[in-house]
Design a protein around this ligand. Sequence first.
Ligand SMILES: *Cc1c(COP(=O)(O)O)cnc(C)c1O
Length: 415
Amino acid sequence: MTTDPKHNQQLSETSADLVARGQRYYVPNYKPREMILDRGEGARVWDLDGKDYIDFGAGIAVCSLGHQDPDLLKALETQARKLWHTSNIFFTAPPIELCEALVKASCFGKRAYLCNSGAEANEAAIKLVRKYAADAGRPPEKRNILSFNGSFHGRTLATVTLTAQPKYQQGFEPLPGGFTYCPTFNDIAAFDAAMNDSICAVFVEPVQGEGGVMPAAPGFLQHVHAACEKFGALLVIDEIQAGMGRTGSLFAHCQDGVIPDVVTLAKALGGGLPIGAMVVGNKAAETFQFGSHGSTFGGNPVMAAVALAAVKKLSNQQLLTQVGEKGEWLREKLREINTRLNLFADIRGRGLMIGAELRPELHGKANDFSEAARKAGVLSLVAGPNVLRFVPPLTITQDEMREGLQRLESALAAV
Ligand SMILES: *Cc1c(COP(=O)(O)O)cnc(C)c1O
């Protein structure tokens, strides 16, 4: 039920040509949808041919303040006209202010380290927990890192090894050593069986994102935290996707009632620009010393200035309360759609991080549904082959949500 007559039109010659050139010149590790996105405003984006889309994907949970946020634009322009890059041999103001803001906004943080992506934030955390264990006199065989089946922590060689999903690892062996896996997320018995004194750190997402939008069960992270204390392991919470307001609080783990030792951030942190961060609590705050780790671009003043503006806006309590309300409303509407179409076995999530799992007989088809929605004017994501994922800008309006749902339902009904 789309109103824009262009929705079903063919790509223009220019768009088709650009798509073909992208397909020809990119290393073929991506398979972008066959259109060219051109501009955005709020929770809406337009392609080169003028067709508009309601953005329920936000560039993979990145553009949490929507597109063209005026405060982010102002921060970008102001800093871009002053100084672009200095390296970490010199201080500039924006990364100092950003680290201070992250430490002060968290309930546990003492220091912060800035980098350029989620994988880099986790890579820093991997090195940090290993060094913490080494400094404590643990031999290398007692510096294992535990993560959960279905997790996603990044694509570098170490973070893809931390990512407990074989499909991301296959073909890249030999993988780095010292990583072990808990075979089931949210399963206390399985975790207790996997946890022992050879583990120096546990990495966990408060809501598994790529693994199917699976929130930690009530009490699960508290149990993991207690076991970490018992075995002298550090608790690292990967909030790269669930953090920065996505679930209705600035830091997602605050809803789980745990005090982590390290939290990693990226995605929404820069409002759409590439930046990552590792926030470190008391225990390991002095573990990295001069020369331990570094990054040429990390804390780049332009990225940091925009991220600082983003963190300020994402800390707004009214916005965070609305994330919870919008999320509940959206899940309710998806359930209503499902009473009519009967496609989903489960609709779940926290705040505006929502997953709709297809019924078993439709397994494997999430991408087909997402592509049909795209053609009807809604951008959505998948989380594995069976789950549709909705992570709209946190600032999305009621009207935008309604319009998106209408387009989504017509597309889902037609598949
Ligand atoms: C996206 C993601 C990462 C990796 O971030 P990149 O910026 O793509 O390297 C790590 N952990 C989680 C939970 C993520 O969602």
